[in-house]
Design a protein around this ligand. Structure first.
Ligand code: NAD
Ligand code: GLY
Length: 383
């Protein structure tokens, strides 16, 4: 799979300029990355005019950042409302989407109301879907507070909720009008969540930019330690690459699927272990090691490449070998993996598709024989 426009080369010059533009025609918007976003007035100016703003957040983030965001946006609205959801992936469902609509309707929020998603990917995906559907669509702003949401979920317009039969199965493509990342918020992020976010940062190297991969190798321990200057560059480059991909294929008809490197294996781990046992980023990190092994078996990369990627994933504090999956029927672990992979969104007619990589930093989407996948699972799972 080839990409239409060339990606500007990686510049490791510090400080990063903190601005990424995503070119989507009339749905284009800016991503601002700053250490003081909440106290920088220009990031909150020039949004769609409205009487009402509503911040959607959760019980963990509200005590930390709700007042700061309210202070930042208050000058621009007659009233700033808020709705505080319970924290967790388990609440990313229809029932709690309804809580957002209940709050909007109870306060007679009109069709110009601007929603602000203050939180990680769960809050961002739910708020985006609420914005896509409330009164057939109101504007929304992403204010991501996890590393994962700053480098991935807040950008590109995938919104939605989980269904009991599948993750993210009900949703819409709906772009925010702006993304504002405050890097200071990462200071309160639990260590495990930081590592999970780093998985999505690492992803951008193998699929698009080996110079960025080299830079991540050189700087991983500082990034994990929370070095704000380095993090700003990592977030900026991740957003540049994601924007470059999404601008070519907003609704995932083709190339956007490369953003799912490691996700086919990762989703099988998440589903097979029970959602929440492994964080999404942990499963993706391990899934990337598995996908690199598969790329090796299909002749796209050598063993040294697989070892290098595996070492970087480990350096980010992420698992590099998969769990053995079990079920009540006593099926073999590899069969359980394959069963989960067949319901992956990239599967077509039951045929599993994988994102593969080559050593030049390019990705492609291809099917693989079950036998080869079984070999990969045998080599990468703790048996
Ligand atoms: P999350 O939203 O559950 O946040 C992780 C945890 O960190 C939560 O407990 C949250 O309350 C807490 N938290 C958030 N910010 C904090 C902060 N600054 N300080 C302290 N605690 C903080 O998880 P996530 O990893 O951000 O996102 C995962 C979700 O994103 C999944 O639902 C996944 O499906 C979705 N996702 C969406 C896309 C997309 O393109 N839309 C891409 C990747 C993932
Ligand atoms: N997180 C993958 C995508 O946005 O397409």
């Amino acid at each position: 799979m080839t990409t239409a426009h060339s990606l500007p080369p990686f510049s490791n010059r510090l400080p990063a300029n903190g601005l990424v533009h995503i070119d989507l025609g009339e749905r284009a918007y800016d991503i601002h990355i700053s250490g003081q976003a909440f106290t920088t007035p220009k990031f909150w100016q020039g949004l769609p005019a409205a009487a009402t703003a509503m911040v959607v957040t959760n019980t963990t983030i509200a005590p930390l950042y709700l007042q700061q965001l309210t202070n930042a946006i208050e000058p621009h609205y007659t009233r700033v409302l808020s709705v505080v959801l319970p924290d967790g992936e388990t609440y990313k469902n229809w029932q709690h989407l309804q809580t957002i609509f209940d709050a909007l309707l109870t306060h007679q929020a009109d069709r110009k109301t601007v929603l602000f998603a203050l939180g990680g990917g769960v809050v961002g995906d739910m708020t985006g879907f609420a914005a896509a559907t409330y009164m057939r669509g109101v504007p929304f702003v992403q204010v991501p507070t996890t590393l994962l949401s700053q480098v991935d979920s807040s950008v590109g317009g995938k919104t939605g909720v989980n269904h009991p039969l599948g993750k993210n199965m009900v949703g819409a493509f709906y772009q925010p009008v702006r993304v504002v990342c405050d890097l200071q918020a990462l200071q309160t992020l639990p260590v495990r969540e930081m590592s999970a976010g780093l998985a999505e940062v690492i992803k951008y190297g193998p699929i698009a930019d080996m110079a960025f991969f080299d830079w991540l190798e050189a700087n991983m321990s500082e990034l994990r330690a929370g070095n704000a200057e380095l993090l700003s560059l990592a977030v900026q480059r991740s957003c540049e690459i994601k924007s470059w991909v999404v601008a070519q294929d907003e609704r995932e008809a083709g190339v956007r699927a490369i953003l799912n490197f490691g996700h086919t294996f990762g989703h099988a781990i998440e589903a097979g272990m029970g959602y929440g046992a492994w964080l999404h980023g942990e499963a993706v990190g391990c899934g990337m090691v598995m996908a690199a092994h598969l790329s090796h078996r299909l002749g796209l990369v050598n063993q040294a490449y697989v070892d290098r990627l595996s070492a970087l994933i480990a350096a980010a504090g992420l698992p590099t070998s998969g769990p053995v999956l079990t079920n009540s029927r006593g099926d073999a672990s590899a069969d359980i993996y394959l069963g989960h992979m067949r319901v992956d969104k990239k599967a077509e007619g039951g045929q599993v598709k994988f994102v593969l990589v080559n050593s030049a930093g390019q990705a492609s989407l291809a099917a693989a024989e079950d036998g080869v996948v079984r070999e990969v699972l045998g080599a990468t799972c703790e048996v």
